[in-house]
Design a protein around this ligand. Structure first.
Ligand SMILES: [Zn+2]
Length: 614
């Protein structure tokens, strides 16, 4: 087999990524999409809507697939690219994303290349394209809309045109790119070539815009649900963030992202995390571009690194084995939260999302809306913050809130979020809220929660006396139990815009204050049950020496091939190998994620690792 492959490689390259005859020979024997799924991708079954999308594309129909991150979008065009003769053209907005996809495609034996400014081998790629030696060609919209490229494509046997991140075509989408609009010309040049638009985030308006702009019929729309069942959502008030992050790291051995609200904080968090012995790097727009791309590359290759980053990080990264995403402050909106946490667990393995929030996050965000946002956009922004407040303060299922936000009708409890797993106690705190609001009012709305608590508790402190607050009617009206709730209640009131905090923490009334004082609105707060962290079961279970040995073997293969470990095999595949202990290549080939090419390339090394450690 190896000899054949070299003979078929026209340029004489010894590249291990030149599958040539190996795959071509195998494909000739495959008749159905399921055969290809098994042989090339190593899977017994399609996931979710993958099969519907693939069947439409194979049937030559134009399609828009809206699939959440991690639902296996790339397979939807890779499989047809294998099944059909000719080259599948993939339009993608980011070079980093393209190169990542190409590595993964090469690893399963697909012949993939890109034409971008970052590719030194463009001439060679054009030659391969003309010779019909490419299964997949990636290009950015800027290039794909140019005359030269369109001429090149007109002389090429194109099997499919896939448009990734298709929401960029819509002005309603959150990432409008004018070049996407120009793609229509390229598509019209090739009216009979099936087009497949793909996106993870598109609301109703954006979807219908994509259909129109790309000439896809309404019945070509396939929507998978928004749910990411493998992500466990956890939300906590921020309370000693460095310690909270440290204990998160202690129970999360895999790679993770911590989103920080500012560049400074990203730097500081990276430093603190490094102090725990865990590899950690910062990423934000203030870093030198070279440092930034070096840090990003290091993260992509790593199995345990923590990236402390601003939201500038994440676009264009397709690292499937990110095990957790933590937010050190509130995100911009529920949509942003869904997108950012969606970077965890793309491989489908268990992953966690953590959000650490503080009242000051809401105070700052609300202040920004009132001072920096144009007046006609304010009410929309306020609504966004209210939705976020309801999410962080919820005592019910977090997933249910997220999914209803996207118009789905989810079950009441998911069983995989903090509130489902450890239901918090809910307390009617209306009385405490009214006392706190009264105290703020009586003290002329300029003191922080600490002072107000002192007044309510009847603490005869120097500060209290110097302002004469010991003579107020609210002095000492709260009992110890109520005082214990004051901070949580203040947080809840600030989040709901019943209290507003100034730059020094001084609290004044927001629009939500009056209804509470008048007894028209109840305040219920969720109090998470106290518990010891150590009882939490880690999802990857106790240390498994066999799994570790396979990881080690994978690391070696990855280093030899110059690709990240996940390109060789996903963790879930290694876990299945460790559990089933296949005795030979044939048995190994039945493991999910082990296709023909990977079996040939890596099978022996895996069996080796099994026999020396088994
Ligand atoms: Zn839940």
């Amino acid at each position: 087999m190896t000899g054949e492959r070299c003979a078929q490689s026209p340029c004489g390259e010894a590249s291990p990524w030149e599958p040539g005859a190996l795959l071509a020979g195998a494909v000739a024997l495959m008749t159905t999409p399921h055969d290809i799924l098994k042989q090339v991708f190593g899977f017994d079954h399609f996931r979710g809507v993958q099969e519907d999308v693939v069947m439409r594309v194979l049937g030559g129909q134009h399609t828009l697939a809206v699939m959440p991150t991690g639902a296996g979008k790339s397979l939807c065009y890779q499989l047809p690219a294998v099944a059909h003769e000719g080259t599948a053209l993939v339009i993608s907005p980011l070079i980093a994303l393209m190169h990542d996809q190409i590595r993964s495609a090469n690893a399963i034996g697909l012949r993939a290349a890109s034409l971008t400014s970052a590719d030194a081998d463009r001439e060679r790629t054009v030659e391969r394209l003309k010779a019909g030696e490419l299964d997949l060609l990636y290009a950015a919209p800027e290039r794909a809309t140019g005359d030269g490229f369109r001429r090149l494509i007109s002389r090429t046997n194109v099997s499919l045109i896939a448009i990734d991140e298709a929401h960029c075509v819509s002005e309603w989408g959150h990432d409008f790119r004018p070049d996407y609009r120009q793609l229509k010309g390229l598509l019209d040049d090739n009216p009979d070539v099936p087009r497949l638009a793909l996106t993870a985030t598109a609301d109703r308006r954006t979807r219908s815009d994509i259909l129109t702009q790309l000439g896809i019929p309404d019945d070509g729309l396939i929507i998978a649900g928004f749910d990411r069942p493998n992500i466990r959502y956890n939300v906590r008030p921020r309370d000693g963030l460095p310690q909270q992050l440290k204990s998160l790291l202690a129970q999360q051995p895999g790679a993770g992202i911590v989103y920080a609200p500012s560049r400074d904080k990203a730097e500081r968090i990276a430093e603190q995390m490094s102090g725990t012995g865990r590899p950690a790097l910062p990423y934000h727009a203030g870093l030198d571009p070279q440092v930034r791309s070096r840090n990003q590359a290091a993260f992509v290759e790593s199995e345990d690194m923590v990236m402390a980053a601003t939201v500038a990080f994440g676009m264009g990264i397709d690292k499937p084995d990110v095990r957790f995403v933590a937010h050190a402050g509130i995100p911009k909106s529920i949509e942003a939260y869904y997108q950012e946490t969606g970077r965890a667990g793309r491989d489908g393995d268990p992953a966690e999302a953590w959000l650490f929030w503080g009242a000051e996050d809401f105070a700052r965000a609300r202040q920004r809306v009132e001072t920096e946002v144009e007046p006609d956009r304010r009410s929309g922004e306020r609504e966004r913050l209210n939705a976020l407040a309801a999410f962080v303060e919820a005592s019910g299922c977090r997933r249910a809130i997220l999914l209803s936000h996207f118009g789905e009708d989810p079950p009441e409890a998911c069983g995989n979020c903090d509130n489902c797993l450890d239901p918090p106690a809910t307390i009617d705190a209306t009385e405490v809220a009214r006392k706190l609001l009264s105290a703020a009012f009586r003290t002329e709305m300029r003191f922080g929660v600490g002072h107000l608590a002192d007044v309510l508790a009847g603490n005869d402190s120097e500060k209290v006396r110097s302002f004469g607050h010991d003579r107020l009617s609210v002095f000492g009206i709260a009992n110890a139990e109520e005082i214990a709730l004051v901070r949580s209640v203040a947080r809840a009131l600030i989040a709901r815009d019943a209290l507003r905090a100034d730059a020094y923490g001084g609290l004044s009334f927001g629009p939500g204050a009056k209804p509470i004082l008048k007894g028209e609105r109840q305040i219920t707060i969720a109090v998470p049950p106290p518990r010891k962290r150590t009882s939490r079961k880690r999802f990857d279970g106790p240390a498994d020496p066999l799994f570790d040995a396979l990881r080690e073997a994978r690391r070696k293969l990855a280093a030899e091939s110059g690709v990240p470990p996940y390109v060789i095999f996903h963790d879930s595949t290694l876990r299945e190998i460790a559990a089933r202990k296949p005795r030979d290549l044939h048995e190994l080939g039945t493991v999910q994620g082990v296709g023909a090419v990977k079996l040939e390339r890596y099978g022996a090394a895996m069996l080796d690792a099994l026999s020396t450690n088994g």
